[in-house]
Design a protein around this ligand. Structure first.
Ligand SMILES: C[S@@+](CC[C@H](N)C(=O)[O-])C[C@H]1O[C@@H](n2cnc3c(N)ncnc32)[C@H](O)[C@@H]1O
Length: 305
């Protein structure tokens, strides 16, 4: 009988996932195997000749089969990495994407230019990844994070607790800005960030199987043109953002001009910049609100904030 060593298993799973057209098959194999064995990925290589027991093999077999059907590995193992932090995820929330780290980076840079306690709001927080990464990077920030989906917020609550941020990250359930209304008398926000659903109805039909069949449609779909949430944010932002505060939005690669137009029409912003991600695709919009007594002047489209 074949002894299933870690080395042999890694080779077999990688080949199986490759045949089934799964992305990053070797990495996926390592993640599944290290999850089942309770090891770090690096430890797979220091224990290459270890023989894996039958009960672990059975659990692994089930997970590999599901991964072969394109169920995302992050859901299978219940976690993923974001901004060098581990986040728990379930099928109730979107799996955080590496592109979204750019939004976090710009949010932290903006907050570090400012003095005193900063009030930050993360709309559409999902598993809480953006709010948590900002809170970790900015000790002077207090965050409110909202989402329509209570099950996603339950995952966010686990992540907030895991990172010890219960004192600084408040989670509220509700539609977009609605949960913030009771706080408006006391607070306007220095920074509002949002990675909303932004997939159009037509684009949704073309999404990869691992996204379309497994990630929640409510985290992806935003009306016929994918702009529904941006429209609603533009309509309401005036009440919630402080003078001189910033709005940071993640966008789809083709949505820059339309989102810029929506924000320009509010006549609230001194600058609106669109920034590309590492794939050279438009990915975030950074809009800084005009300060008290500041003349909005012509909007700069040269990327400066
Ligand atoms: C694209 S996901 C982003 C999740 C997370 N912020 C991230 O970057 O990975 C969008 C999230 O918005 C939530 N959502 C959708 N419509 C909403 C609405 N009208 N109000 C609040 N949250 C909403 C979904 O439940 C989902 O968690």
């Amino acid at each position: 009988m074949i002894a299933w060593t870690i080395q042999r298993l890694l080779a077999w799973i990688t080949e199986y996932l490759t045949k089934n057209g799964v992305d990053a098959p070797r990495l996926s194999a390592e993640m599944l195997l290290s999850h089942v064995l309770g090891l770090k990925r690096i430890e797979l290589y220091t224990q290459f000749d270890r023989v894996v027991e039958k009960d672990a093999l059975d659990r692994l077999h089930d997970l590999v089969k599901r991964a072969g059907l394109h169920e995302p590995v992050a859901y299978l193992i219940g976690r993923t990495g974001f901004y060098s932090l581990e986040m728990e995820v379930t099928a109730d929330c979107l799996i955080p994407r590496p592109e979204t780290e750019l939004l976090v980076q710009r949010a932290i840079e903006f907050l570090r230019t400012r003095e005193g306690q900063q009030h930050v709001c993360d709309l559409c927080t999902g598993c809480g990844c953006i709010a948590i990464a900002i809170a970790k990077g900015c000790p002077n920030a207090r965050l409110v994070a909202t989402d329509l989906c209570d099950k996603a917020l339950a995952v966010a609550a686990q992540n907030v607790a895991k990172h010890g941020l219960q004192e600084r990250v408040e989670l509220l359930c509700g539609d977009l800005f609605d949960p913030l209304v009771p706080q408006l008398d006391a607070t306007q926000w220095d920074l509002i960030v949002c990675n909303p659903p932004y997939v159009s109805a037509a684009e949704y039909e073309t999404l990869d199987k691992n996204v379309k069949d497994y990630e929640p449609p409510t985290a992806l779909l935003a009306g016929a043109d994918g702009l529904d949430l941006y429209r609603r944010i533009a309509e309401q932002i005036d009440r919630f953002l402080k003078p001189d505060g910033a709005l940071l939005l993640e966008i789809g690669y083709s949505q820059g001009p339309a989102v810029r137009d929506l924000l320009e029409r509010t006549a609230l912003f001194a600058t609106i910049a669109i920034e590309k991600d590492h794939q050279n695709q438009d990915r975030i919009v950074i809009a800084r609100r005009t300060g008290d007594g500041e003349d909005a002047g012509p909007l700069l489209s040269d990327g400066s904030v």
